[in-house]
Each structure stands twice: as structure tokens, then as C-alpha cells.
Design a protein around this ligand. Structure first.
Ligand code: V47
Length: 373
């Protein structure tokens, strides 16, 4: 492991004080974070991130045997970056009743499966009991339910009668079996951007408050950030800083997952006339800076669905310690043009990690280690 400045070979000498701080495990300021975003010396940024990663997890790299469940794509929110959402009666719409979900689990389930990660829309008509029964039914089938973004929790408070609080909604879901929450719906916290791309979704204050309440109830969660559209680099860093502050308060986040904008079949891409994916360099820089800035997060996740398995493998040397999982049936990124497979086998994930000299660790939804390969 690199421990001295001379071993680091820093090309951009203005980064030396930052490198010093990272080697001494000291926290970086906003200004220093911006210096990392503005330097052309990405190899140094990646190496610094790798030092932080190694300090946290050593040679281990984590994955989960998971299944993505998108029980509906009906959504009334209308985020402009989303190609997944449909209205009733539109082409390509689907909407599972509970019996359809149990069939889906029968078809896709198998003994290795541990986590079901639910990713779907804000349905205008489904009642509160549906979500409790869905969570309970999956739990009864022996699966760990990682579900409901903060945006959905906010939506649930609106469909309960009388209107329940975040705490009440989350407590009932926890009693039904919910073990962890995904990090979706965070997008970019800066209201300037949020107003343009996700104006009907929970605001950033609400998103953070749902996670605060979840953490206080003992429900661990993740956090995402959608980047590569109209946000500035300052707004990316501000997003990370807000997460770092909340993590200082609650220590409830497991991992941070940057989500690279997928530029097809959505209004935002059309408006921006954007047809190209984020660059590999930007993806890598973003992951590395997240690893350095979010010193209180255990994991930075490289989401192979959106940045490809190849770049995810490289990102293991730039701060990433978790590569999500088998997934099997991803629908949100693919609705917006993702070019990756819908899922990956466990064997491929293990190979991806082993080929760069890391030790694959199969984990469950709560990061308990199930098997070390
Ligand atoms: O909230 C939607 C994003 C999220 C696009 O917690 C898009 O482990 C890029 O949250 N381009 C859902 N992103 C997925 C998600 C997630 C993914 C992987 C792991 C975890 C975790 C969570 O997908 C949405 C939104 O931010 N999204 N459309 C798009 N065109």
C-alpha cells in the first residue's frame, strides 16, 4: 500500500497538500474537493481513492446475489430523465398484482438468491396495504427485501388515510420485513437542477429526512447521485457533502452509488440533444472523488449496469469496493438505452473481481459476508 508522497508520483503539484491529507486520513473541504474535480491528473485522484478504499476493505470487493423487481412502470411523477415511466393505457405499460409478483419470484427465484431490490414507479392508485403485503410476502418467501426509495416513502405518506408520518410508514414497512432501502430518488440535491428534472418528486430536504428517520429506526440505506446531465461539478460535490453531513449524524448509509445518465428515450436527453453516454474518465473521476470525499461511507458502488462491467472492473482500482450484483432483470437504465446485459451470473462477477487481483466476497443485503472466494 502507498504510504508516502514520493510513492504516489503526483503530476499536478497543486494536489500535494491534498495528497498529504488523504495519506494522513484527514477530511477534505469543499474547496479541496473542487480541486480534485478540476485537475487533469486523474491518475493521482484514482490512486488517492484506492488508498482510501484499501484502508476500508483491504483486498475485498463485494457483490450480492440479487434480483431486481420492477412490479410496475406506472408513474405519475414525470421526471424528465426517466424513460421507464408509463401512464395507464400507454404502450409498454405493466402493472403486477401481488399474484403476478409471486409468479415472477417463482420464475426467477432460486436457492442462491438473497436480496430482492424493488425499483418501480409512483403508482397513483395502489393502496398502502399493497406495499405492506408485497414486502411481507417477499419476506415470507425467505428473501431480504431492499426496497422503497425515499421518494416512494414520501408518496406512501400521501396515500395513507389519515396521512402517516415518515416514521409511521417506515415502522410499518420494517414490521412487514423491510431490511434495507435503496438510494434512488436522490438525483441531485441542488434545487436549481431538481426543479428542472424532478419537480414533482420529494425535494432534497424530504429525501434526506426520510433517510434520517430510517437510520434512526435501524433501517440501513444507500445513497445515489444522478450525474452527467445539466448539473455542475459544484452541484455534484455539494450533493456528496450533504450526504457526508447526514452520515456524520446517523452512520446509517452503507454505500454511495453514482448513476451515470443514460441518454435514450427520455425527455431530458431529447431536450439536451444528448445521445452519448458519460465518458469513462468522468465516471472514474466521479467514483474516485466520492471515495475520497465520503470518508465516512464504508462503500462506493460501481454500478456495472450503467458504466459497463469493463469500466467497473477498472473502477476497483479507483475507489470502488462493491459492484452491486447479479440483478437479472434491470429495467430502469435499459428503458433509457443502457447497452449492458440485464443481469450477470455470479461466476462472471467473481471472475471480474478476481482478474484484477481482488478477493470476491458474496454479501447479503446487510453486508454480512456469506462467502469469500
Ligand atoms: O432513482 C432513472 C435513476 C434510479 C435514469 O441503492 C437513471 O444499491 C441514469 O436507485 N439514467 C433507480 N439513471 C436506480 C437506483 C439504484 C441503482 C443501483 C443500486 C442502487 C442501490 C440503487 O435510477 C432512479 C434514478 O435516479 N435513473 N433514469 C437515466 N436515464
Amino acid at each position: 500500500m502507498i504510504t508516502t508522497l514520493s510513492e504516489l508520483q503526483v503530476y499536478d503539484k497543486s494536489l500535494l497538500p491534498i495528497a498529504d491529507k488523504v495519506l494522513a486520513a484527514e477530511r477534505l473541504s469543499f474547496k479541496e474537493g473542487m480541486q480534485l474535480f478540476n485537475t487533469k491528473d486523474i491518475p493521482t485522484v484514482a490512486r488517492l481513492a484506492d488508498i482510501v478504499r484499501e484502508r476500508k476493505v483491504g483486498k475485498k470487493a463485494y457483490f450480492v446475489h440479487s434480483l431486481r423487481l420492477s412490479q410496475t412502470n406506472i408513474c405519475y411523477v414525470g421526471c424528465t430523465f426517466c424513460g421507464f415511466q408509463r401512464k395507464f393505457g400507454e404502450e409498454g405499460v405493466w402493472d403486477y398484482e401481488l399474484s403476478d409478483v409471486w409468479e415472477y419470484i417463482k420464475t426467477h427465484g432460486h436457492p442462491e438468491l438473497t436480496e430482492v431490490h424493488i425499483s418501480s414507479g409512483h403508482h397513483p392508485k395502489k393502496d398502502w396495504q399493497y406495499y405492506l403485503d408485497l414486502t411481507a410476502g417477499l419476506t415470507e418467501r425467505g428473501l431480504q427485501v431492499k426496497a422503497w426509495t425515499a421518494a416512494e416513502i414520501h408518496h406512501f405518506t400521501k396515500i395513507t388515510k389519515p396521512r402517516m408520518s415518515y416514521k409511521e410508514v417506515l415502522s410499518e414497512l420494517k414490521d412487514a420485513g423491510l431490511v434495507a432501502m435503496p438510494g434512488g430518488g436522490a438525483e441531485i440535491f441542488a434545487e436549481r437542477v431538481r426543479k428542472k428534472i424532478a419537480k414533482n418528486k420529494v425535494n432534497s430536504e424530504g429525501w434526506l429526512e426520510v433517510h434520517r428517520v430510517a437510520h434512526n429506526l435501524g433501517i440501513r440505506t444507500n445513497a445515489t447521485m444522478l450525474y452527467g446531465h445539466i448539473e455542475t461539478l459544484e452541484e455534484r460535490l455539494d450533493h456528496m457533502m450533504q450526504l457526508r453531513n447526514l452520515q456524520d449524524e446517523t452512520a446509517g448509509f452503507f454505500s454511495f452509488i453514482p448513476l451515470a445518465f443514460q441518454p435514450d428515450n427520455n425527455d431530458l436527453a431529447k431536450e439536451l440533444k444528448k445521445t452519448e453516454f458519460t465518458t469513462g474518465l468522468d465516471d472514474l473521476r466521479n467514483l474516485a472523488i466520492a471515495r475520497i470525499i465520503l470518508d465516512n461511507f464504508d462503500h462506493i458502488k460501481g454500478y456495472w449496469i450503467m458504466i459497463t462491467p469493463e469500466l467497473t472492473q477498472i473502477s476497483l482500482s479507483a475507489g470502488v469496493s462493491d459492484i452491486d450484483g447479479t440483478i437479472k432483470d434491470e429495467r430502469i437504465a435499459h428503458a433509457s438505452g443502457a447497452i449492458t446485459e440485464l443481469g450477470m451470473t455470479e461466476a462472471s462477477l467473481i471472475k471480474l473481481i478476481k482478474n484484477v487481483g481482488r478477493v470476491p466476497v458474496k454479501r447479503d443485503a446487510l453486508y454480512n459476508e456469506l462467502q469469500v472466494y
